[in-house]
Design a protein around this ligand. Structure first.
Ligand SMILES: Cc1cc2nc3c(=O)[nH]c(=O)nc-3n(C[C@H](O)[C@H](O)[C@H](O)COP(=O)(O)OP(=O)(O)OC[C@H]3O[C@@H](n4cnc5c(N)ncnc54)[C@H](O)[C@@H]3O)c2cc1C
Length: 419
């Protein structure tokens, strides 16, 4: 509410300034917030991370960002706010199933050099990406409101939004408030969710062997274990294990856990020492039946949640952000209101058709490779060594890992300057 008692009016109100919502807001602010007929854009975010000071230890919640994500964050003006010493480029990805040694010809290795790229992407802390995108948004003139969304009422020509900081009106509400989105619920958008009956254990570790700028992933019969290379030489582990096993691993004293980690990783990086606490994240899949309703669009985890084994959650969310920005920019150019049905329908069709096949392949990987028993799993494991033998098939997968396949928004294809 403004001082005059009138309700503040925003053209676009993004609820949730996580990595995806903050990036969407920064893209919109740089393109439409500073247009000839500028739109007023705000982000509602109650828990803003502190700036990642260079001397702070690296946080255990990290994501592998694809080249497409790098381009989108650069277009949003956020990439320049991420300190280089907190970013770790990874040049290779090595994937191998239980039953084979990590460095055997049966292990699948993707090398950026294969496609003439310097790396496959970067490992970055989630909170650093979020902080950088919020900084970029504010530097471009956007407003961050430190409040919690309570509910919304969607009318034909506006949305009324209730928050902990009072009520607002907006032309379009963007739900970027994560997997348990209240925006989605308030708009009556149905979501299908199910538990994987797995828990991801996340921590940072020191290893006696260097990580070689490689993302290592082993498919176990009871889940997957990944070591992601960090900028300070340590690695971030993501151990997605069946619930019962994860509970045992979490209850173990650190030394026992380190021994289990050494066994599960087949000693690929030597002995392992925890340098942070273990964080447990129960894993669920979720997909919203519709990504839009009248004057409402969902992006990121509010729209879809996939298994972390492929490291695609943030990457898919940043593509949503860039696709939504492109649809709204095209609509703005011809004088359309940001909450009009046309651009929202286009956004929904576009992103649903890209996400559905990706979600299906991630499910197949989890089912047949990460729980490797039975004839289909053996077939899938043989498929890995077949992929390894063909440079052409490998290039196909590397292009996907770089995020440069499919129908991409302009901001994802090449670095663009929106300001
Ligand atoms: C173990 C693990 C490993 C992963 N690894 C990778 C990886 O390597 N690569 C990758 O791309 N993805 C990865 N992911 C997925 C990734 O973490 C998520 O997809 C990503 O965090 C989603 O971002 P988001 O901004 O959509 O949602 P979130 O990060 O959940 O952010 C939501 C934001 O909304 C705010 N919020 C929530 N409720 C409200 C409310 N009522 N009002 C106002 N604000 C609100 C929150 O404070 C938060 O800031 C991984 C996930 C897991 C579990």
């Amino acid at each position: 509410m403004s001082e005059s008692g009138a309700m503040d009016h925003w053209d676009v109100l993004v609820v949730g300034g996580g990595p995806v919502g903050a990036c969407a807001a920064a893209l919109l602010q740089r393109s439409l917030g500073n247009a000839r007929h500028p739109l007023r854009i705000a982000v509602l975010e109650p828990s803003r991370p502190p700036p990642g000071a260079a001397d702070l230890p690296l946080d255990a919640r990290v994501s592998a960002l694809s080249r497409a994500s790098e381009h989108i964050l650069a277009a949003a003006g956020a990439w320049e706010f991420i300190a280089r010493e907190r970013l770790s480029p990874y040049e290779r990805m090595s994937v191998w199933p239980e039953g084979l040694p990590a460095r055997s010809p049966g292990a699948l290795t993707f090398d950026a050099a294969c496609v003439g790229e310097p790396n496959l992407g970067y490992i970055a802390e989630n909170r650093t990406v979020q902080w950088a995108a919020l900084e970029a948004f504010e530097s471009a003139g956007g407003t961050v409101i430190p409040a919690v969304f309570s509910r919304s009422r969607i009318e034909s020509d506006y949305v009324e939004v209730e928050t902990g900081a009072g009520s607002f009106k907006c032309a379009l509400i963007v739900g970027a408030d994560g997997a348990r989105s209240r925006v989605r619920e308030s708009a009556g958008l149905v979501a299908h969710a199910a538990s994987y009956r797995q828990t991801a254990i996340v921590a940072n570790v020191h290893t006696t062997l260097p990580h070689e700028s490689t993302a290592w992933q082993r498919f176990l019969r009871t889940g997957t274990l990944a070591f992601l290379p960090l900028a300070d030489g340590s690695s971030s582990i993501v151990w997605s294990a069946d619930e019962r096993i994860a509970a045992m691993l979490l209850a173990m004293p650190r030394e026992r856990f380190e021994e289990e980690l050494l066994r599960a990783s087949d000693g690929v990086l030597g002995t392992v020492e925890l340098c942070t606490d273990r964080v447990a994240l129960p894993l669920r899949r979720m997909s919203a039946e519709r990504f839009t309703a009248g004057r409402c669009a969902l992006i990121g985890d509010a729209a879809h949640v996939v298994h972390p084994l492929a490291g695609q959650g943030v990457n898919l969310g940043l593509l949503d952000a860039a696709a939504l920005q492109e649809c709204l920019c095209d609509a703005h150019r011809v004088g359309e209101d940001p909450g009009a049905p046309g651009p929202l329908r286009r956004y929904e069709r576009w992103r649903k058709s890209e996400i559905a096949p990706m979600a299906l392949s991630i499910e197949a990987f989890n089912r047949f490779l990460a729980h490797g028993a039975g004839p289909l799993s053996r077939l899938a494991q043989r498929g890995l060594s077949w992929v390894n033998r063909s440079e052409e098939v490998k290039r196909f997968f590397i292009t996907r890992a770089l995020g440069l396949a499919g129908e991409l928004p302009a901001a994802a294809r090449v670095p663009v300057d929106l300001s």
